[in-house]
Design a protein around this ligand. Structure first.
Ligand SMILES: NC(=O)c1ccc[n+]([C@@H]2O[C@H](COP(=O)([O-])OP(=O)(O)OC[C@H]3O[C@@H](n4cnc5c(N)ncnc54)[C@H](OP(=O)(O)O)[C@@H]3O)[C@@H](O)[C@H]2O)c1
Length: 272
């Protein structure tokens, strides 16, 4: 296979939040063209992203579709193949959201329905290996392609009604570890980037300004730097993972929480 002139980043969940920032950052450096999926809930962000990437001299092909639905993934990959030549996806980023909140018991009347288990796991976890396999079989990955999953601190902690997200992220962590070996044998790298809360349009929409201010205040105490991480900082870290210097990261759970996880016990057990 001759090496295509241009390389691409495929971002699942490309318009809002973390995925959108990563797309902009890797279009800038190392200069990847962008192909991504979204369901159409953020049309203004989608239009802005296409314009921003075009201004950098790159192409952004944004496709509307549910990238977390296992039944649709082969159709989605066929759409990718229509745009992207074989051997040209340098970076695959899985930035899908779409999880249910609730509890495992019904004490509060919000017990998870089996459909919510299925949807949350499809979006946050199962879609990662399904996509990885389909892209591999379609020979779309470039040599030494980088596959990046995004996770939070929840599967190592406990927080109220976020148990299903925690469970799905634990599954994602295992998928990344196994895929790093299976795809590693084909020369690719598969890693999981762990970061604390970042403010995204979706988060803004779900929480009012009051709740956001509270989040800010809580994180200022939880994170030694005294502030929350930003999507731009996460995007710059993902850009680093495309570089030759980071080629030895494989199967890694990369702690990018700014010391948030280390600091928690310190908070709940202050010195006498
Ligand atoms: N935000 C945080 O604090 C944080 C912290 C650590 C890790 N993470 C992880 O980072 C990832 C992205 O989170 P985020 O907060 O950036 O999400 P977000 O703000 O909700 O944005 C998600 C993006 O994905 C698209 N999307 C969601 N589900 C989709 C689906 N099934 N098919 C196609 N597109 C879909 C959304 O657009 P449409 O709605 O139009 O489809 C949007 O562009 C998640 O895996 C999350 O767990 C987030």
């Amino acid at each position: 296979m001759t090496r295509p002139a241009r390389q691409w980043a495929l971002v699942l969940g490309v318009t809002a939040g973390t995925g959108g920032s990563i797309a902009r950052e890797v279009a800038r450096d190392p200069g990847l063209d962008i192909i991504g999926f979204h369901r159409g809930n953020f049309p203004d962000e989608a239009a802005r992203l296409i314009a921003d990437v075009a201004a950098l001299g790159h192409r952004a092909a944004l496709i509307r579709g549910d990238a977390g639905d296992p039944a649709r993934i082969s159709d989605c990959v066929a759409e990718v193949r229509n745009v992207v030549p074989q051997g040209s996806i340098k970076l695959f980023v899985h930035s899908l959201s779409g999880a249910s909140l609730g509890h495992f018991l019904d004490d509060r009347g919000d017990a998870f329905h089996p459909k919510q288990f299925e949807k949350t796991f499809n979006n946050l976890a199962h879609s990662f290996p399904y996509w990885a396999r389909a892209l591999h079989e379609a020979q779309l990955f470039a040599p030494e392609a980088r596959l990046v999953g995004l996770t939070n601190v929840l599967h190592h902690q406990m927080l109220h009604n976020l148990g299903l997200i925690a469970a799905a992220k634990a599954a994602l962590e295992s998928y990344v570890r196994y895929l790093s070996v299976e795809l590693g044998r084909h020369g690719h790298r598969v890693n999981l980037l762990q970061f604390g809360t970042v403010v995204t349009p979706a988060l803004r929409r779900v929480m009012g300004p009051g709740a956001l201010a509270r989040l800010d205040e809580i994180h200022a105490r939880m994170i030694p730097a005294g502030r929350m991480c930003t999507v731009e900082e996460v995007a710059r870290m993902v850009r680093l993972l495309t570089m030759d210097e980071t080629t030895w990261f494989n199967g890694a759970l990369i702690d990018f929480t700014g010391g948030m996880t280390q600091h928690l016990f310190d908070l709940v057990m202050p010195p006498d």
